[in-house]
Ligand binder design. Structure first.
Ligand code: NAP
Length: 438
């Protein structure tokens, strides 16, 4: 019987995810060898401090602070340090040495992905990053491989657990944003500095990756229009709920055609109203889900844990086994195809429905004037509801008007809202939010 080959695996980082990856590599060594056709030998773990306490009991002799030397001698490198440097330099050096690389580093991929992908192509090795989007959920390989014979038309993703938890809390308890954020921080769902999550930057990095794989074109972070959830108020949530919607922070990538038959892709992250019966509306707490529409497959949804050491380690191990199998069989496999060449569209070109909240004077003829103004701007109204309020002190009556439009371009909507603001019967525009799934 021929001896089974051994592949050396270098692990960079031993935090939340890295420690679980190391544990699984050691505990499941026999099963992984059987699936791979080679023994995956953990040759070392690079960290900042070799004496730090770890979540998992691991052999002390594996730890080193010399990541460069560890990488030089590896067949497979797993980067789970996070951040830009030294992760970037170490990944490039691993690829140049002919090692396949697995990473979960969405921040690095969003900032400098193309350099890494090109280096991997040049070296004929595999660079995989399933863990970078939606943690445990297998989403990148289904897009890249399983759907490679189809045409994806739209991707809607809840890809940030922190913001989903906050919006879900606001929806279920009526809490204000600041209180829901404080609760998320108390429970460990949000970091002490939550900026990357609540401003949508983390979701935008994932949107760029999802759009690139779905539309076979490299989209960078600057192609992603990004709005976070900091301005979503309890009143917005309550009004949406009243009208049968839930507000979610969505990462959206969709193909759009213009009147002349030109095509482009709109990639964006923003708070979005979804009908409560939409499958994504049922994604509660810190869970993630990605909803895909494809020409032939129709609608697909992928749901699961978007973060956490052990769930994310599952995605990393999947990539590792896939890369190891290719090393055993020979050949690099393709990391991605970039033959789509579709342009990224500016946010003005996005086409969606809108929810608009207006505080208006309670006078006869107001509704007709507003409806006419919408029609003049080519934005048609699907639902219009009015609620009357009386100010207890002044005894003055005002009306709250909630409008849901049919699909319209961002530019047409912006012009309509500007014109509405100019009407003397309008006290204020209280909210303008995009709606999907109607
Ligand atoms: P983490 O808990 O902060 O762990 C980072 C590890 O990297 C630590 O072991 C640290 O060493 C080591 N490290 C950092 N800088 C280093 C340096 N300059 N040299 C050597 N070692 C260094 O991070 P994590 O939560 O496991 O996340 C790792 C990666 O996975 C990130 O890119 C993250 O975005 C991605 N990811 C994480 C999750 C999740 O749920 N956590 C989900 C999806 C993707 P010390 O231990 O000595 O400090």
């Amino acid at each position: 019987m021929t001896e089974m080959r051994t592949l050396k695996v270098a692990l960079l980082g031993c935090g939340n995810v890295g420690a679980q990856v190391a544990r699984i590599l050691i505990e499941d060594a026999d099963a992984l060898a059987a699936r791979t056709g080679a023994r995956l030998q953990l040759s070392g773990i690079a960290v900042r401090n070799v004496n730090s306490r770890r979540d998992v009991d691991l052999p002390q002799e594996l730890f080193t602070t010399d990541a460069e030397t560890l990488v030089k001698d590896a067949d497979l490198v797993i980067e789970l340090m996070g951040g830009i440097e030294p992760a970037r330099t170490l990944i490039l050096s691993a690829l140049r040495n002919g090692a396949c690389v697995v990473t979960g580093n969405k921040a690095l991929l969003a900032q400098d992905g193309p350099t890494l992908y090109e280096e991997a192509d040049k070296a004929h090795v595999q660079l995989s990053y399933e863990a970078a989007v939606a943690g445990a959920i297998p989403i990148l390989r289904p897009i890249r491989d399983s759907l490679s014979g189809d045409r994806i038309t739209r991707v809607l993703g809840i890809v940030n657990g922190t913001t989903n938890y906050i919006l879900d809390q606001m929806d279920s308890t009526g809490a204000q944003f600041a209180d829901a954020l404080a609760e998320a921080q108390r429970l460990g769902y949000a970091e002490a500095d939550p900026t990357a999550d609540i401003e949508g930057h983390d979701a935008a990095a994932k949107a760029a990756i999802l759009a690139s794989l779905s539309f076979h074109t490299r989209f960078a972070l600057e192609n992603v229009h990004c709005e976070g959830i900091t301005s979503v108020s309890a009143a917005d949530i309550a009004a949406a709920k009243d009208a049968g919607f839930v507000i979610k922070l969505l990462a959206i990538a969709e193909k759009l055609s213009d009147a002349e038959g030109g095509e482009g892709v709109s990639v964006r992250v923003h708070p979005t109203l979804l009908p409560r019966e939409h499958p994504l509306a049922a994604v509660r707490g810190a869970f993630n889900a990605v909803f895909i529409e494809a020409e032939n497959a129709g609608e697909l949804m992928f749901y699961g844990q978007g973060a956490g050491g052990t769930p994310t380690a599952s995605a990393v191990l999947g990539d590792l086994v896939s890369a190891a199998r290719r090393l055993v069989l020979g050949g690099p496999g393709r990391t991605e195809t970039t033959t789509g060449h579709v342009p990224a569209l500016p946010i003005d070109a996005a086409v969606t429905s809108y929810y608009i909240g207006l505080d208006v004077a309670d006078e006869p003829g107001v509704l007709a004037r507003i409806a006419q103004l919408f029609a003049e701007h080519g934005v048609s109204i699907e639902i219009m509801r009015q609620t009357i309020h009386r100010d207890a002190e002044s005894n003055v009556e005002s009306a709250e008007l909630r409008i849901v439009t049919h699909r319209a371009s961002e530019a047409a909507l912006a012009a309509t809202v500007e014109a509405v603001k100019g009407l003397d019967v309008i006290n204020s525009v209280t909210s303008v939010l995009r709606v999907e799934g109607v």
